[in-house]
Design a protein around this ligand. Structure first.
Ligand SMILES: C[S@@+](CC[C@H](N)C(=O)[O-])C[C@H]1O[C@@H](n2cnc3c(N)ncnc32)[C@H](O)[C@@H]1O
Length: 300
């Protein structure tokens, strides 16, 4: 396993005893938030502005994540946060606790693993005779994994096409690429993922990365989308994707962070979707906390 992949529990909560209490505490907070939302609804009031003082009430970082939940912005915050070495107040203590919550660690693990898999996919495409590789990222967001993956082999990459429904995501990602010195390779298109074929047809990608999208797609939509990707991948090309799996913090995610609407899938369900889409060379593995399943499908 890559040394860069974290699976540490929040400082001070390393023992099994503390772990159990951590999950109980998260569920109790979530239970209270559910009650609060129901009571407000009963009296015809809007959803609360603050879900819990112990999350978005006292921590600005948590509030920012909650207010941008499900978007690339929330992930951008979680990817790049750094714990306080010496927290001075309650807000900083809460920040450190939620920095270490398993789902936060798991998306950072996912980001690092996808970056490593992008590097491998570029090399694989090269070995299959595609010396200058084209990469397409769908629902690209900040495309941080893609940039990190290209980082060690930039000379093997011809072009990167980012597709995202949010033009601000594309703008942000392109600025990051410029800062990383690989901006000239990046192009972007603000489009719905269902327009994939229109953009992939002229671009002809060797590597397609789709992270943080499948979690929201029903099975039939996902199968059709991946079938379109499969149809256009050359031999030695790769589809990289992932799905969130059922986990102990999902109740908290949904009710306290307002990160709802996700479809939690087991490894077998993810495999089923990819097989129905026509892939046969499929490698699926979890990140260390088993919260995200990563799938690497190679076209034969
Ligand atoms: C959770 S973020 C994932 C971002 C990035 N792939 C990552 O893993 O860091 C989901 C992204 O999907 C984009 N998105 C949502 N619906 C979309 C759609 N229908 N078509 C294309 N992109 C979409 C959002 O704008 C957002 O950037």
């Amino acid at each position: 396993m890559s040394k860069t992949v974290a699976s540490q529990f929040p400082e001070g909560l390393e023992s099994q005893f503390h772990r159990v209490w951590w999950f109980v505490a998260l569920d109790l907070i979530a239970f209270w938030v559910v009650c609060k939302k129901k009571i407000r609804k009963f009296f015809g009031l809007k959803a609360p502005k603050v879900n819990s003082m112990l999350y978005d009430g006292l921590s600005k970082y948590c509030r920012d994540v909650k207010d941008t939940a499900t978007s690339w912005r929330a992930l951008d915050i979680v990817y790049n946060m750094k714990p306080f070495a010496k927290p001075q107040n309650m807000s900083e203590r809460l920040y450190n606790l939620y920095y270490g919550m398993e789902n936060a660690q798991a998306v950072r693990n996912r980001r690092k693993i996808i970056a490593a898999e992008i590097t491998d996919a570029i090399k694989r495409a090269g070995a299959a005779g595609h010396s200058k590789v084209r990469i397409m990222s769908v629902a690209a967001g900040s495309a941080q994994s893609v940039m990190e993956g290209i980082g060690s082999v930039p000379e093997n990459v011809d072009k990167v096409l980012l597709l995202d429904i949010d033009p601000k995501a594309i703008e942000h990602a392109k600025n990051l690429a410029v800062e990383s010195g690989i901006g000239a390779k990046f192009d972007g298109v603000a489009a719905h993922f269902k327009e994939y074929s229109n953009h992939a047809e002229p671009f002809r990608p060797h590597v397609v990365e789709v992270a943080g999208l499948l979690d929201y797609l029903p099975e039939n939509v996902a199968v059709e989308f991946f079938r379109n990707i499969k149809k256009r991948l050359p031999r030695g090309g790769t589809l990289l994707t992932c799905n969130i799996a059922p986990n102990k913090e999902q109740y908290f995610l949904k009710h306290v962070i307002n990160w709802g609407r996700m479809i939690y899938r087991e490894e077998s369900e993810l495999r089923g979707i990819l097989e129905q889409a026509g892939f046969s060379d499929i490698r699926i593995f979890p990140e260390p906390l088993q919260i995200h399943q990563i799938a690497v499908c190679t076209a034969e």
